[in-house]
Design a protein around this ligand. Structure first.
Ligand code: ADP
Ligand code: MG
Length: 251
């Protein structure tokens, strides 16, 4: 079992304060959703946790299994078990998915440890079967000419191979079609368990048609202003975000 704790986190981009005191704890086995209007700092939160250099954590802490990750470089955070799914994955022409994934798995191994090729392919194929991905897929170049759904499939396969403790999935504004949403949701559900939890960031309620979050957090102006179960997402869908801002104004 693992635990990801975000404690009173403040994040700035340059001089601009974006996240203003956000706390959240996710245990393995749990899926949390963060919803909120555009520009509230959802992507900022995910990128700062992953260690993106443009985002400065001015106070607060992020603990993975009771240890702060804030002094770690992005690759160390990844090795420690944090996975950030990209909203807009890059295309890497000339590099096959099989080789790309292999390099990723190799990079996470200790120095001097060699990847066992037959074991690697066995694991790759079992993950692909689990995610219902055709074997031919891995000979294609990473994201090169991929549809939105194929890019998501490639991201989810990376996630499955790297076996992170926690995934941060930023789906906002990406204009995912229903197939792509289903791929993401099924991938997360297939990994959910005592070794894996996820934070799903979404602008729309649609994703939550395919995944049932344990907790739904509404983010507004850099803070979590409301937390509930899946019914909160349905309420947001019906009433929109104005309802939350009005409630805050009258409180
Ligand atoms: P959300 O994902 O909730 O839509 P973001 O985290 O992307 O919100 O953005 C929050 C605020 O930070 C916005 O005002 C946005 O313009 C600003 N912002 C995000 N990234 C950058 C950046 N790299 N440089 C400057 N401002 C940024
Ligand atoms: Mg965003």
């Amino acid at each position: 079992m693992s635990k990801l704790e975000i404690k009173d986190l403040h994040i700035a981009i340059g001089e601009k304060k974006i996240v203003k005191g956000l706390s959240l704890t996710i245990n393995s086995g749990e899926v949390h959703a963060i919803m909120g209007p555009n520009g509230t700092g959802k992507s900022t939160l995910a990128k700062a946790i992953a260690g993106h250099p443009d985002y400065t954590i001015t106070s607060g802490d992020v603990l993975l299994d009771y240890k702060s990750i804030l002094d770690m470089e992005p690759d160390e955070r990844a090795r420690a078990g944090i996975f950030l799914a990209f909203q807009y994955p890059s295309e890497i022409p000339g590099v096959s998915i099989a080789n790309f994934l292999r390099a990723g798995v190799q990079a996470r191994m200790a120095d001097g440890e060699e990847l066992d090729a037959s074991g690697y392919y066995k694991r790759l194929y079992s993950k692909m079967d689990m995610l219902k991905i055709d074997r031919k897929f891995t000979s294609r170049a990473v994201n090169d000419g991929f549809s939105g759904g194929e890019k998501k499939r490639c991201e989810i396969l990376q996630m499955a191979m790297l076996e992170p403790k926690f995934a941060l999935m930023d789906e906002t504004d990406s204009g995912l079609d229903i197939d792509a949403l289903k791929i993401v949701a099924e991938g997360v559900e297939s990994m959910r368990g005592d070794k894996f939890g996820a934070l799903m960031i979404t602008h729309y309620q649609r994703l939550l048609d395919y995944i049932v979050p344990d907790q739904v957090h509404v983010m507004f102006d850099g803070r979590i202003v409301k937390t509930g179960d899946k019914s909160l997402a349905l309420e947001l869908e019906a009433k929109g975000y104005d309802w939350v801002s009005k409630e805050l104004a009258s409180a």
